[in-house]
Design a protein around this ligand. Structure first.
Ligand code: ASN
Length: 620
């Protein structure tokens, strides 16, 4: 393995750009630096304070955060502001851009408008990056993570929040490991969730709480296991990963309702306090009750105030004050609340319940009834909707049989077997156009987005085979469209190869987009033009390719089509916006080449386009 890596590295060191683009798997991550201890310095009064314009130049000096020699040799002019991590063992390299906020904030100073700013930035740059890291203070990180999970609708890429307890440039700091881990996870695993990476754990953001103000292991997700553990290997528990199951595109909902609050019961709480808390403009309240959701049922005056507020349209959600556990109507004291219309909040954290309320209440086009319904629903994996413990992954019949045949008995081995078998079975089912088999695999716990040994998922295979019904089925069940196989191909690339326009269109409508380097796209288009394969050009265009992309010599597909005299391609390219007057590095335009090659018909087409354009501009 190490040997392999060494060979790969030395090859790369002697290779030009073309080879590195060809050989390395690459991921681009956008880092939104909002503030927090991670980038703070001690000020004159001896306390930590955020410092602007300090983090990026300092990081560039650390080889583990920035491979200077690679950056100098390999980055294109327009990539010069990127930082580049050294090549990882997996053969992937993470390039990242840090967008520093102004001002940088201690997270205790953050408000809901700061959440909107982060969500807006993610939306603006969503298509350009494979994943996002938000550097954030730890104090309110669980709130921001929960809020972003709701604000980011139909999320298909990882958004990872991290920070530290000690600033990153101090001698002892957890910041370096946390930041590096966040970059690695964002660049390597297509987990379509808002996550918190902290202290070697990857946690679902809206399940997370800050549990310790001093520990490097500050965060826990008390009611579900970690999504991944960062040990010598990074093991993602894909069965836990939440999938939205929609074919709609990613979008954000950035306007949150601010008229929400947290009310924590305590023995002897006064009715006046409860009444004034529930006064307008309050629209939603998270009630933190005792144990399994109990409140005093011997205080009719309090229950009456609660009932009155609900009748006036205030939504009240009941969660427990305990760190772990579930709210249900086991006790009469809890039932008293539900009888008045309080919504049981299951095992939601206070942060998740509050931000969910804020999100749901801000949906102006939903009625109160609909908002209440949505509060009860599991929207982003923030609440347990079924008793997951009841289903044992080890119960699956097929896995059991194979495990027995191989004399496998431990839980770890059986889970490994499941992870090895299922993705291949799903790819096989996708290849044979068998949605029923896929459904059987899914209903026994199979993860439809899991990749096989080559990183290929059932969606890659279905797209390549042109099986529209399977693609539809997979998208409806939340299969991710952004996973790259080991050749950096997404399912969209497979659909282009099969030239299946319906699948291309469906994937694009769901939010798929081209992620390849523009030069690689140009090379594909130029070679299609040279072979006069108009259908290939059409497929690339449907997938969103710009027909004016250019290769290393700045030659466009039109340059190639003209110089190889491919009339059909020239016609198609011209009809679809290709320019005949852009120069390659030898200062040749496609028009000049048409004159040189002496192909009358091609020259005529270009001159006609040029005349039409002149007439169009003089008319307007
Ligand atoms: N007060 C800091 C913050 O939340 C705490 C930290 O980041 N460790 O910004």
């Amino acid at each position: 393995m190490e040997n392999d890596l060494f060979q790969r590295r030395s090859k790369l060191a002697t290779a030009g750009v073309a080879e590195s683009v060809e050989q390395e798997q690459e991921a681009k991550v956008l880092v939104l630096y909002s503030g927090g201890t991670i980038g703070m310095r001690t000020n004159q009064s001896g306390v930590y304070e955020p410092e602007s314009n300090f983090m990026i130049p300092e990081l560039k000096k650390l080889p583990i955060f920035h491979d200077k020699s690679y950056a100098e040799k390999q980055l294109m002019e327009e990539e010069k502001d990127l930082l580049v991590m050294p090549l990882m063992r997996s053969g992937r390299r993470v390039k990242y851009h840090i967008k520093e906020y102004n001002p940088l904030l201690d997270s205790s100073n953050m408000t809901m408008s700061d959440w909107s700013k982060i969500a807006n930035d993610i939306s603006t740059y969503y298509d350009e990056y494979d994943g996002f890291v938000v550097l954030h203070g730890t104090d309110t990180m669980a709130y921001t993570a929960s809020a972003l999970s709701f604000m980011c609708e139909n999320l298909g890429k990882p958004i990872i929040l991290t920070g530290s307890q000690i600033p990153i440039f101090e001698v002892r700091s957890d910041g370096r490991d946390n930041f590096l881990s966040a970059l690695v996870v964002a660049g390597q695993f297509c987990i379509p969730e808002v996550l918190v990476v902290f202290g070697n754990k990857v946690l679902r953001g809206n399940r997370t709480i800050k549990n310790d103000s001093g520990s490097f292991d500050a965060f826990i997700s008390p009611n579900i296991a970690s999504i991944a553990e960062l040990e010598t290997d990074i093991t993602v528990d894909w069965s836990l990963v939440f999938r939205s199951g929609t074919t709609e595109k990613f979008r954000i909902h950035s306007e949150m309702c601010t008229n929400v609050g947290l009310l924590r019961l305590f023995p002897g709480i006064s009715v006046q306090l409860v009444r004034s808390f529930l006064q307008p403009p309050m629209q939603g309240v998270v009630l933190q009750s005792y144990g399994a959701g109990n409140a005093p049922d011997n205080r009719p005056e309090i229950l009456k105030v609660i009932e009155g507020a609900i009748n006036l349209g205030v939504i009240i959600v009941n969660i427990t004050q305990c760190t772990r556990g579930f709210v249900d109507a086991t006790y009469a004291t809890g039932k008293a609340l539900y009888d008045k219309g309080v919504i049981p909040g299951g095992d939601m954290t206070a942060e998740a319940a509050l931000t969910k309320l804020s999100y749901v209440l801000s949906k102006d086009d939903w009625s109160i009834k609909q908002k209440t319904k949505m509060m009860k629903r599991n929207l982003r994996g923030e609440v347990r909707s079924i008793h997951i413990e009841d289903i044992s992954l080890l119960d699956f019949e097929l896995i059991d049989c194979v495990a027995k045949a191989l004399s496998i008995s431990t839980k770890e081995e059986t889970l490994k077997l499941r992870d090895a078998l299922y993705p291949n079975l799903m790819c096989a089912a996708a290849k044979s156009n068998d949605t029923e088999a896929l459904e059987r695999l899914r209903s026994t716990g199979g993860n439809l987005s899991a990749g096989n040994q080559d990183g290929r998922t059932a969606l890659h295979v279905a797209a390549r085979e042109g099986h529209l019904a399977v693609v539809q089925y997979l998208l409806h069940h939340g299969a991710t469209i952004h996973t790259k196989d080991q050749h950096d191909h997404t399912p969209l690339n497979d659909a282009i190869i099969s030239k299946d326009h319906q699948i291309i269109t469906l994937l694009v409508r769901t939010g798929a987009h081209l992620t390849m380097h523009p030069i690689r796209i140009a090379m594909e288009l130029c070679s299609a033009a040279a072979r006069d394969e108009v259908s290939t050009l059409q497929a690339w265009r449907a997938a969103g390719a710009d027909l004016n992309v250019s290769d290393y010599d700045k030659r466009t597909p039109l340059h190639v089509a003209v110089s190889t005299k491919k009339l059909n391609s020239v016609r198609y390219l011209l009809e679809n916006g290709a320019r005949w007057d852009t120069e390659d590095i030898f200062e040749n335009t496609a028009e000049m080449q048409a004159k040189k090659t002496g192909c009358e018909e091609i020259l005529k087409l270009i001159e006609q386009k040029s005349r039409e354009e002149k007439a169009g501009t003089s008319n307007s």
